[in-house]
Structure formats: structure tokens, C-alpha cells
Design a protein around this ligand. Structure first.
Ligand code: HEM
Length: 418
């Protein structure tokens, strides 16, 4: 006779049977949700810890690729409420001293992403009012060129506005106060109603007034590529929203001749955008030299409205007072409802003559400038300022050695990006 499996009697007892069925159903439900939304289990999260930015390993263990390109299934995710920024004050909180350049001898082009923290998503400081005044004027004069949203990204732009309404009053309560219809800036006296329809103004203009950052929203197309569909690009320095609007990520970068984009960046960026989820936030920093003090548009590379701008037009070897250090702190996160990927670009802008007062900075900056390969040097316009700048940095480095501020073999205790 064939052996027959007989369930033990205790299994059919209601106190055992019903909870077992419930647990089985709950497990199936969680699996289905995780499949639909691409969320991770605890075991998957443990894998994430081993990966520095936690995108690749998390995503590869998620079947989120099952959704069709260009279609996003809303995810029920909300970042924890941020605590107030410690002792933040619009007059006294200084810009964070990002100095994201490294000693040579070699400079490597990399994506340079690191894991961020949702509490620190947006950084504001005592340059807010200066940035705000420039942005306000530019919105009036050239708002249509600098702030735009394609119809397919309107929901994402409004979602971002809502996210900022939730974040800013909690993070910067001495400047933003939530209201039943949005929020007020109690320093500038502005009131923002984000629920009325039509909105009082294009949402990217409002977002420009709320932040020191510039913002881009990337939307996935039906080809799986990410397109620039909404932007508040009021202080870009060297590029224009009008020229890049509707472009995909690769075209945005290749049209700007970003060095080694195809070899070193394209694949990683494509993967990153495909996989980034609403519970991820990543950061990157960069730096440039500028030979004028115009935060919004570096006019030494030509007038903003010219079609033919570039370092080739910049005057060579200006006096050192015209050399400015420009650095961006960027963040990337995905909006849970619309699936748009928000790119924040916060610029930090200081005269070189100021940052050289900090220990190690002149020596490290000189070493970094010398480490650029020809492609990076061309992109960053080195030939236009290197003679004056390197001579100055070397001199300031020597002064730091002579005064005993630093020694030849000591290194700053501060870690990248400081
Ligand atoms: C993983 C994300 C990204 C990486 C790793 C990346 C990388 C880079 C790099 C290496 C450069 C050269 C300057 C620098 O060192 O920063 C650059 C330039 C640029 N990136 Fe990105 N990028 C990313 C995302 C984006 C996004 C979402 C936008 C959308 C607006 C964007 C727009 C630009 C523009 C406009 C430039 C200047 C190009 C030019 O000079 O014309 N990037 N990017």
C-alpha cells in the first residue's frame, strides 16, 4: 500500500489551524506587496548594509524591474520627520565648509555618490537672503527660461512642493511655519498657498523661492531612460535649463562634454536611476573655479543668452581677487507617489582668498588642480587661471608651513567632503 500522509490531530485544532492560516495569508500578502512595490525584507536590508550606498544590492534583490518602463506604482513611504536644525539662525548659521577636492597625484572621474540622511536633505544658512534676492529677481526677469515643468511632470512638481511643506517648517522652524494651506516664510513675509487651483504660480518658481538649491526632476520615459522634465535652475553658473530641458541623462552630460562620461559614468548612472527607491537618499559634491563673482551665471564664459559660451571666451590670468571657488552639494531621491527623481543642487560660492585661510586648503587645492588630466582641465577651464592661481596657492601653502599652522607630513583630520 502507498504510504499516506496523515496530519496529526493537533494540527486541525482551531487554536492552531486558524493562526496558521492567518500567518500563511499574511506572508503571501507581504510577498505580493514587496513584489509590486519593490520594497525590501529585513534579510534584504541586511544585504544593503554591505553596499556603500545601498542601491545596487538592494535593487538586485527586488523584482521592481517587473513594472513597465515609464509606469510607476505609488509607494507608501514617508521619511521620518526631521528634527530642527541645531541652533539654526538666518543671520548666524554659516554655510557648511565643503572642500571636496583631494590631493593628487591622480584625479579619478567617478560618480562619487555616498549615502545621505533624510534629515539633512535641504541645507539653508545665512546666505539664504542673498540667494533669495537673486532668485526673486531672476524669476521676474527670466522665470520662463529658468523654471519649467512639462505636463507629465506636474504631479511630481506638486508632490515635491508638498514634501517641502512637510519638511521645511520642521527643519527650519524659525523661518518656515506650516499653515492650513501651505506655509509662510516668516523672515521674508511670503505666504505660499499650495492647495489652491490653479496654483498662484508655476510650482518650480515657488520651489525656487523656498530654497537656496536649484532643483531638477527626472521622469522615466517609456524607453526606461530618465528625462529632465521639470526644473528650477536659477543659479546654475555654467549651464541653462532651456538647453537641457526634455533631454535624457546621457544627452544632458554628453552635450556638456562631461569628461569620461561614456567610459566612467553612463552605466552606473543608468543603473542608479533605474533602481533608486523612495527610501534611498544619496549625495555627491563637486567643485569648479570661476573667474568672476556672479553666482547665477558666470559671465566670464560669455553672456547668458549667447549660444556660444565657453571657457575660450574667458579673460586669462585675472588678478587673484577674481578667482572664486564654486562647489555643489547635490542630493538624489525618488518621490514615492509620482516616481519622479528629485535632484537638488546647492551651490557654495566663496572667494579663493577666503578659503585659503583654512589649514591645509591651499596645499590640497593646488595638488588637486595639478592632478586633473587634460580632459578634466579643459572642462574646468584651467588654462585660463592656472598661472595666477597656482602661484598664489603655493605661496599661501608656504605661509601655512612657515607659521607652523601645518607641517609637510600632517593631514587635515577632516574627512571628505571637508
Ligand atoms: C548619479 C547622478 C549624477 C552623476 C554621477 C553626475 C555626474 C556629473 C559629472 C561628473 C559632471 C561634471 C561636473 C561635475 O564634476 O559635477 C556633471 C555635470 C552635469 N550634470 Fe550630472 N550627474 C548626475 C546627475 C545629473 C542629473 C539628474 C542632472 C539633471 C539636470 C545632471 C545635470 C548635469 C549638468 C547640467 C551638468 C553640466 C554639464 C555641462 O557642463 O554642460 N546631472 N554630472
Amino acid at each position: 500500500m502507498e504510504p499516506v500522509f496523515v496530519a496529526p490531530n493537533w494540527l486541525s485544532h482551531p487554536l492552531v489551524l486558524y493562526p496558521t492560516i492567518l500567518i500563511a495569508l499574511a506572508t503571501i500578502l507581504v510577498r505580493v506587496q514587496s513584489w509590486r512595490f519593490g520594497t525590501t525584507s529585513k534579510a534584504q536590508r541586511r544585504i544593503v548594509q554591505a553596499d556603500p550606498i545601498g542601491i545596487d544590492s538592494k535593487a538586485s534583490s527586488r523584482p521592481s524591474a517587473k513594472r513597465l518602463p515609464g509606469q510607476w506604482i505609488p509607494v507608501d513611504f514617508k521619511a521620518p520627520d526631521p528634527p530642527p536644525y541645531p541652533d539654526w539662525d538666518v543671520k548666524s548659521t554659516k554655510p557648511l565648509p565643503y572642500r571636496p577636492f583631494k590631493y593628487g597625484p591622480n584625479y579619478f572621474v567617478t560618480m562619487g555618490l555616498r549615502k545621505g540622511n533624510f534629515d539633512e536633505w535641504i541645507e539653508l544658512d545665512n546666505e539664504f537672503l542673498k540667494f533669495h534676492a537673486i532668485k526673486k529677481e531672476r524669476i521676474e526677469v527670466r522665470g520662463d527660461k529658468c523654471c519649467k515643468t512639462a505636463p507629465e511632470a506636474m504631479d511630481a512638481a506638486i508632490e515635491l512642493l508638498e514634501l517641502l511643506r512637510d519638511y521645511l517648517p520642521k527643519r527650519y522652524p524659525s523661518m518656515f511655519v506650516a499653515t492650513p494651506v501651505g506655509m509662510n516664510n516668516i523672515v521674508t513675509g511670503e505666504q505660499f498657498n499650495i492647495v489652491q487651483r490653479p496654483l498662484a504660480e508655476e510650482p518650480m518658481r515657488t520651489i525656487g523661492r523656498l530654497l537656496q538649491d536649484d532643483i531638477a526632476i527626472m521622469m522615466e520615459g517609456s524607453d526606461g531612460q530618465y528625462y529632465l522634465k521639470s526644473g528650477s535652475i536659477l543659479l546654475p553658473g555654467f549651464w541653462k535649463l532651456e538647453e537641457k530641458f526634455n533631454m535624457n541623462l546621457s544627452d544632458i552630460h554628453t552635450s556638456g562634454n562631461v569628461p569620461q562620461f561614456r567610459e566612467k559614468l553612463e552605466k552606473g548612472m543608468t543603473n542608479f536611476f533605474k533602481r533608486v527607491m523612495p527610501d534611498d537618499i544619496v549625495l555627491r559634491n563637486n567643485y569648479f573655479m570661476q573667474v568672476d563673482d556672479n553666482l547665477a551665471w558666470s559671465d566670464s564664459i560669455g553672456p547668458e543668452d549667447s549660444d556660444h559660451t565657453g571657457w575660450f571666451t574667458a579673460q586669462k590670468n585675472k588678478v587673484i581677487e577674481n578667482h572664486w571657488f564654486r562647489s555643489e552639494r547635490q542630493s538624489l531621491r525618488r518621490l514615492p507617489r509620482s516616481g519622479g527623481v528629485v535632484f537638488t543642487i546647492r551651490t557654495y560660492f566663496h572667494p579663493v582668498t577666503e578659503i585659503v585661510k583654512e589649514p591645509y586648503i591651499p596645499g590640497r587645492l593646488a595638488s588637486a588642480l595639478r592632478s586633473w588630466g587634460d580632459d578634466v582641465a579643459n572642462y574646468k577651464g584651467r588654462e585660463r587661471y592656472q598661472a595666477v592661481l597656482l602661484e598664489y596657492l603655493d605661496r599661501e601653502y608656504q605661509k601655512q608651513l612657515d607659521s607652523g599652522m601645518i607641517t609637510e607630513d600632517s593631514q587635515s583630520p577632516l574627512k571628505y567632503p571637508y
